[in-house]
Write a protein that binds this ligand. Structure first.
Ligand code: HEC
Length: 206
């Protein structure tokens, strides 16, 4: 797993588009070079860190938050992206529409499990009976919490771009980009012993 572009310890300009490119090679699943990896399963976390944040010196293998782990292994990213509308509304828009309340968490958990229609448009969301109530609720909590964090966003795919924030009162800042991919486990036991690869790139403001 490697972030090829941008290079680590590079610089970024405020309010500018940054292109990224990630390569994935997994013993069992194959190589993104040969299009053997489903780009939807490659996730890039883009986190803004103010000048006072201590930047990580090494790549730490932190497991995904419970809700994100379910989202990645389910089919959610086929229809939802974090920042823009796909077949379904973006997770960001969902977070804007639903404040974090117990009632909203219950409502959305039920809609993920039982399907949803007529709220956002003409296309409906299929049911997810394979998820337990706890799993579905964990996805809702993750979506609503992350959507409310202005310093973090997520992108799927082995390439794409994001926009840096406009220069604020802080003159210095950094972005921490973390790419990750969870493999499908050994052929003999698909879905079991899944391993996650990660790579981190840090960009500093000029
Ligand atoms: C086949 C496409 C598809 C898949 C797969 C899918 N969704 Fe959706 N999702 C949609 C569409 C379309 C809507 C809007 C439905 C509507 O207007 O009621 C939606 C709506 C939602 C909403 C908002 C519901 C509301 O009442 O406002 C949430 C939350 C959500 N999806 C989460 C998820 C999660 C989590 C997963 C994975 C477990 C997932 N979706 C998988 C298409 C999908």
């Amino acid at each position: 797993m490697k972030i090829i572009v941008p290079k680590t310890n590079g610089n970024f300009d405020w309010d500018t588009q940054v292109n990224y490119q990630i390569s994935v090679a997994d013993k069992e699943d194959g190589d993104s070079k040969y299009e053997e990896i489903n780009g939807m399963e490659v996730l890039l976390e883009v986190k803004y860190a103010g000048s006072k944040t201590k930047l990580p010196a090494t790549v730490k293998a932190v497991p995904d938050a419970p809700g994100l782990a379910v989202i990645r292994t389910s089919n959610c990213f086929n229809c939802h992206s974090f920042n823009s509308k796909l077949i379904g509304p973006s997770f960001h828009d969902i977070g804007v529409k639903y404040p974090v309340t117990a009632a909203n968490i219950d409502l959305l958990t039920k809609r993920i499990k039982e399907g949803s229609a007529g709220i956002w448009g003409k296309v409906s969301m299929p049911t997810h009976p394979e998820l337990t109530t706890e799993e579905a609720a964990s996805t809702v909590k993750w979506i609503l919490k992350q959507a409310n964090d202005p310093n973090v966003s997520y992108y799927t795919g082995t390439e794409g771009s994001f926009r840096t924030r406009p220069a604020g009162t802080e003159k210095k800042g950094a972005y921490i980009l973390t790419a990750s991919y969870t493999d499908h486990g050994p052929k003999s036991a698909p879905g079991k012993q899944r391993l996650q690869g990660r790579d981190v790139v840090i960009l500093q403001s000029k």
